[in-house]
Design a protein around this ligand. Structure first.
Ligand code: GUN
Ligand code: ZN
Length: 426
């Protein structure tokens, strides 16, 4: 066992932040040997319960749950900042040519290594990520995550039409490859598999049907895709699937809406779509830096809450512009404020932070596993330096409330704040 003394941030069951200015986090193995949080609370209340346990003194720092990125593309690490006139030209001109290089496992492994270094440098300890259509891109990412001991989910992209040579796969082989990869990786150490149709326009009905059959056969495997990101994409999906009630309805028709199904964007949905999200337990990965960069639109938080659908935050690199959860939370605040195309509201710093930690974990079906520092959670956490920049030191010293402290970090924070990312207790 080991303990850490610092300010401590956690969340209660009602999504409220819990804060201890002088906290203690005790980590150690559970009955199954997993390194978990054994106790968390104020130093004075806990210290006598753990005599003989070494305490690392991190006073002056803030310990918070490791961030959870609900949607990111590791093969698009080198696509960040590629300008385009919207989603579809961006895919064609930048993304597909980059992804075609991942048939080479050495290239995939090199990019995966860099990607995980970036995630951890920015305080992200769990991610649900797209690989590419090449099975070796999945092997490369899992191998790299396994070495680092991360809880991590990925899957081979399915795209058997409307895709150029080099990324387009074969319907039957793609489904065989998916099942092979599920059997090879799902549930190994902290790794999980996600069935990954890129989006409805690049899969034939036969491929979507096969994906849905695998999703039924392997009920605790994840599903990930994109939906209703961009108006041109929505129109294209309607032309390709004229019998579906809506774009989201296509996924429902093929058995791809259920718990552990994560759909990036969910911007251009209607009330029936949002009800379908809630009824099926599928979750939205809100990707604000990507939506602002590609000019896709604004996620409607008020409508999502009214419908009771699940969601959490995501970087969506390389459509997204940053691996930093601080940048993503700030962009989510801007998106929430936008009040011309939908109801504008002010997300609180506690809500923003929850959406990128415990809320994202809950949306992934991993509540109580990652994203929080309540007892029993796996001990993935970040050590934050509130004095990382002169302005941040000044603002945090003046903070009169937890909201003010967290907002200062969200608005001014970036990788400089993240002194350490601790995976599975350190
Ligand atoms: N829709 C289909 N593929 C992609 C992708 O790679 N990025 C984004 N943002 N949207 C997509
Ligand atoms: Zn994406």
């Amino acid at each position: 066992m080991k303990a850490y003394r610092a300010a401590l941030l956690r969340f209660d069951d009602d999504h409220n932040p819990l804060y201890e200015s002088d906290g203690l986090l005790v980590v150690g193995p559970d009955a199954n040997g997993r390194r978990v949080v054994r106790a968390a609370g104020s130093h004075s209340a806990l210290v006598d319960r753990f005599p003989g346990v070494a305490v690392e003194d991190l006073r002056g720092r803030l310990i918070a749950p490791g961030f959870v990125d609900m949607h990111v593309h590791y093969p698009q690490t080198d696509v960040i900042g590629a300008p385009a006139a919207g989603l579809l030209p961006w895919l064609e001109n930048y993304t597909f040519p980059h992804e075609s290089r991942f048939h080479d496992e050495d290239h995939a492994r090199e990019v995966a290594g860099f990607f995980f270094d970036e995630l951890q440098r920015h305080g992200v300890t769990t991610a649900l990520t797209f690989a590419t259509s090449h099975p070796q891109s999945v092997d490369a990412a899992f191998k790299e995550a396994q070495v680092r001991g991360l809880r991590f989910i990925t899957g081979k992209v399915l795209q058997d039409r409307h895709s150029p040579d080099g990324v387009r796969d074969d319907t039957e082989q793609s489904l065989i490859d998916t099942e092979t990869l599920i059997q090879r990786w799902h549930g190994v150490d902290r790794l999980g598999y996600a069935i990954t149709p890129r989006f409805a326009p690049t899969s034939t009905p036969a491929q979507l049907r096969g994906a849905g059959e695998l999703a039924a056969k392997y009920a605790d495997v994840w599903i990930q895709s994109h939906v209703a990101e961009n108006l041109d994409e929505v129109k294209w999906a309607a032309e390709l699937f004229p019998d579906a009630r809506s774009y989201l309805g296509v996924y429902g028709d093929f058995g791809l809406l259920r718990e552990r199904a994560v759909y990036a964007h969910c911007i251009h949905l209607d009330a029936d779509d949002r009800a379908l999200m809630r009824e099926t337990g599928a979750a939205a990965a809100v990707s604000p830096t990507s939506n602002l960069f590609l000019g896709s639109g604004f996620f409607d938080y008020a409508a999502a809450d009214a419908a009771g659908m699940r969601y959490g935050l995501a970087s969506d690199v390389g459509g997204g512009t940053s691996f930093s959860p601080f940048h993503t939370m700030l962009a989510a605040y801007y998106v929430g404020r936008e009040g011309q195309s939908k109801t504008g509201l002010s997300l609180t710093p506690g809500q923003l932070w929850w959406q990128h930690t415990a809320g994202a974990a809950q949306a992934l079906g991993l509540a109580g596993v990652v994203g929080n520092l309540q007892p029993g959670n796996e001990a993935d956490f970040v050590v934050l330096n509130l004095q990382a920049t002169p302005l941040l030191a000044r603002k945090t010293a003046q903070a009169n409330s937890l909201d003010e402290l967290l907002f200062a970090l969200i608005v001014l924070g970036d990788d400089r704040v993240v002194e350490r990312s601790v995976v599975a207790g350190g």
